[in-house]
Design a binder for this molecule. Structure first.
Ligand SMILES: Cc1cc2nc3c(=O)[nH]c(=O)nc-3n(C[C@H](O)[C@H](O)[C@H](O)COP(=O)(O)O)c2cc1C
Length: 368
C-alpha cells in the first residue's frame, strides 16, 4: 500500500506563508457586505466554516479599493481605514479555526455599478449602455495609490496576504487586454505597456506592505475573446511580476463581455467529463516561472488534484463552486471519502448571493 500522503494534503509555501495543504478557496464574492461595504457577521461565520472544513487558504471575495470601482451593492470594501477593525472579526474567526486568509483587492473598472464607470478606453459595459469614461493619467496614479493603501489596510487587519484581482475583465484585466485597452499613452499598445498598471500597482503594494508580506495575483491565462490577452502574453506578464516581487500567481481565464467564448465562471454540461479549464496553459506557464502557480477552474475530484500536482501543472489547486456546494469538502476527502464534489457548475449559486441571501448552493438546499 502507498504510505505517502497525497500530494494535495502536503504543506505548501507562498512567500512567507505556510499552508496546511495545497488547496485554496478561490476568491468568491460572498455578497456579505452591508451598504457601506462593511463585512457582516455572516461572512465571519462562512469563513470559519470553510477553515474548519480543512481548506489550506481562503481568498476573500473581491473587495473594492475605491468606491468608483464597486461591482455590486452587497460587495465588501477596503477603501478606507475605518474598515480595519471590522475586517479583524472574520480574519480572527479564520485564525481561531486554524486557517489562513488573504484579501482580494479589486476595482471593476468599466463594469463598476456606479453612475459613470471608467475604464482604460471608452467602451460599453453591455449592449445598448453608454460608453464608459477613459481613465486619465492622473487617475491612474490615484488608482495605484488606492491599491497600495488597501494592501496596507489588509495587513493591519491581520490578513495573511493579499491577492490583486487582475483577471476576468475587471479593471486591471481591462488594461492587460487588447480587447478593452486602446490607449496610445504608456499604458496601452504593446503588451509591456498594457501590463504597466499591474506592475506599478505591485511595486506600490510592495512599498506599503514590505517584502515579507505574501502578495499574489489572479490573472487570465487567456481572455478567450478576439483581440484579448493570450497565453504567450500572460507568460510574459507573469515573468515581469515575478521579477517585481510577486509570491504566487493564480491562473484563470475569460472575460465578462457577451462575445467572449468562455465566461470566467464556465458552465459545464452534466455529460462533460471533469476537466481543468486551464491545464495546458498552467503547465506551459509554470515552466517559465519559479514562483508557485495556483490553478483554478473546473476541478472537483481529489483524483484530478493529485494528477495535476503530480504532472507539475501547478503547485496549488483553487476551488470555488465545489466549496459553495460543500464547505467541508476537504475534510471529507482527508477523512477517506474521496468521492468528487457533487457540484454541477450550474451557477445557481449566484442567485442567493446577488439577492443578499448568503452563500449557499440552492440545489443542495433543495435536496436537503
Ligand atoms: C458565486 C461566485 C462568485 C465569484 N466571485 C469571484 C471573486 O470575487 N473574485 C474572483 O476572482 N473570482 C470570482 N469567482 C470566480 C471563481 O473564483 C473561479 O475562478 C471560477 O468560479 C472557476 O472555478 P470553479 O470551477 O472552481 O468554480 C466567482 C465565482 C462564483 C461562482
Amino acid at each position: 500500500m502507498n504510505q505517502n500522503p497525497p500530494l494535495t494534503f502536503r504543506p505548501g509555501i507562498i512567500g512567507t506563508l505556510r499552508t496546511a495543504n495545497r488547496l485554496i478557496r478561490s476568491a468568491t464574492h460572498e455578497g456579505m457586505g452591508n451598504p457601506d461595504g462593511v463585512p457582516t457577521s455572516a461572512l465571519a461565520a462562512a469563513w470559519e466554516n470553510l477553515a474548519r472544513g480543512g481548506i489550506g487558504l481562503i481568498i476573500s471575495g473581491h473587495a473594492f479599493v475605491d468606491a468608483a470601482g464597486r461591482a455590486s451593492r452587497n460587495q465588501t470594501a477596503i477603501d478606507r481605514d475605518e474598515l480595519i477593525p471590522s475586517w479583524r472579526i472574520p480574519v480572527e474567526a479564520v485564525h481561531r479555526a486554524g486557517g489562513k486568509v488573504m484579501l482580494q483587492l479589486a476595482h471593476a473598472g468599466l463594469y463598476a455599478a456606479v453612475p459613470e464607470p471608467a475604464g482604460p478606453s471608452p467602451s460599453a459595459p453591455a449592449p445598448g449602455k453608454p460608453l464608459c469614461r477613459e481613465i486619465s493619467s492622473r487617475q491612474i496614479i490615484e488608482l495605484i495609490a488606492a491599491f497600495a493603501r488597501a494592501a496596507r489596510r489588509a495587513r493591519e487587519a491581520g490578513f495573511d496576504g493579499v491577492q490583486l484581482h487582475a483577471a476576468h475583465g475587471y479593471l486591471i484585466s481591462q488594461f492587460l487586454s487588447g480587447y478593452y485597452n486602446h490607449r496610445t499613452d504608456e499604458y496601452g499598445g504593446t503588451p509591456e505597456n498594457r501590463s504597466r498598471l499591474l506592475v506599478e500597482i505591485l511595486k506600490a503594494v510592495r512599498r506599503e506592505v514590505g517584502s515579507d508580506y505574501p502578495v499574489t495575483v489572479k490573472i487570465n491565462s487567456e481572455d478567450f475573446i478576439t483581440g484579448g490577452m493570450n497565453q504567450a502574453e500572460c507568460a510574459v506578464v507573469c515573468r515581469r511580476l515575478q521579477e517585481t516581487g510577486l509570491d504566487a500567481v493564480e491562473l484563470s481565464g475569460g472575460v465578462q463581455a457577451p462575445e467572449a467564448c468562455f465566461s470566467p465562471v464556465r458552465r459545464v454540461p452534466l455529460s462533460t467529463p471533469e476537466t481543468a479549464f486551464y491545464r495546458e496553459a498552467a503547465a506551459a506557464i509554470r515552466k517559465k516561472l519559479h514562483i508557485p502557480v495556483i490553478l483554478v477552474g473546473g476541478l472537483s475530484s481529489l483524483h484530478l488534484c493529485e494528477e495535476l500536482l503530480h504532472d507539475q501543472c501547478c503547485d496549488f489547486i483553487a476551488l470555488c463552486r465545489p466549496l459553495i456546494r460543500e464547505p467541508a469538502l476537504i475534510r471529507r476527502w482527508q477523512q477517506g471519502d474521496d468521492a468528487p464534489s457533487p457540484c454541477i457548475r450550474c451557477n445557481a449559486c449566484f442567485r442567493p448571493i446577488l439577492t443578499g441571501r448568503g452563500l449557499f448552493c440552492p440545489i443542495a438546499a433543495r435536496n436537503a
